[in-house]
Design a protein around this ligand. Structure first.
Ligand code: SAH
Length: 247
């Protein structure tokens, strides 16, 4: 995947793009990231990227032209094929694991980070962009949102995770929340690891994990279970869980 991040704050990204899963994806050649500084595409000597809003009011608005030029340069550098363009915005469609899976199949993506009061609305049709929100809160800039998106995508690229199963078992892949996990030692300040996990009995462990995943989902995110087709086993486990609470 080729990814371009268009930003007024390129200093935000070194470090974050050189760690963890994103670093691995880049090292394996599965992800190529370029951070494009919009300011490099200004034409006046002050490097102006923002201006006052038409109609007045507080806050500055990011101008169209430097963004359009930065995008054009990124597009040319990425070679043939139009990138899928995302504009970070609290007004966008909410980013989900399902959307991340769809995006992970794109060969080329560009993410535009907003600042100030936002971006001139005309950027959306000009770039053919889709607005994306990472949640119902307002950030001061789109850069942390871009990093959230890149991180979620990087680990889904085929070949990035060593153990293909471990992405499958994640919360929301199903979408059920994941069962709790433990590692050594067996006891920590009086808290013991559930005995079943030490039993070596794979079927008991599988059933326990399934039950705990259903329990967590039912307790914390019942909305994820609504309208969902459950297997006979899941129905039985869920009935047991609800029975435990009633007792
Ligand atoms: N006035 C705007 C908010 C501007 S916040 C409004 O009310 O819609 C400045 C920038 O931060 C935005 O342009 C966007 O790029 C980014 N941003 C803020 N909150 C975000 C969120 N929840 N998800 C994605 N990007 C966000």
């Amino acid at each position: 995947m080729r990814l371009s991040i268009l930003t007024l704050n390129p200093g935000y990204f070194p470090g974050a793009l050189d760690e963890g899963m994103i670093r691995i994806a880049r090292q394996k050649g599965l992800l190529e990231v370029s951070v494009v500084a919009i300011r490099d595409f200004t034409t006046d000597r002050y490097g102006t990227t923002d201006d006052y809003p038409y109609g007045g009011g507080a806050g500055m608005v990011m101008k169209v032209e430097p963004i359009a030029r930065a995008f054009e340069s990124a597009r040319r550098a990425a070679g043939p094929g139009a990138p899928h363009v995302l504009v970070t915005s609290p007004q966008g469609r909410r980013f989900t694991q399902a959307w991340a899976r769809d995006l992970a199949r794109e060969p080329s993506i560009a993410i535009l980070c907003g600042r100030y009061r936002g971006i001139d609305e005309r950027v959306i049709p000009i770039l053919g962009a889709e607005e994306i929100s990472i949640g119902d809160y307002v950030l001061s800039g789109g850069e942390p949102a871009a990093l959230v998106i890149v991180d979620a995508l990087a680990r889904l690229l085929p070949g990035v995770l060593g153990d293909a199963e471990s992405a499958e078992a994640d919360s929301f892949s199903e979408p059920l929340l994941d069962a709790p996990v433990y590692t050594r030692p067996e006891e920590c300040e009086g808290h013991r690891v559930p005995e079943v996990l030490l039993s070596g009995n794979h079927e008991r462990i599988r059933l326990w994990r399934r039950r705990e995943a259903l329990r967590r989902t039912w307790n914390r995110r019942p909305d994820l279970l609504e309208g969902r087709e459950l297997s006979d086993e899941d129905k039985r486990l869920l009935k047991e869980i609800k029975g435990e609470v009633a007792r």
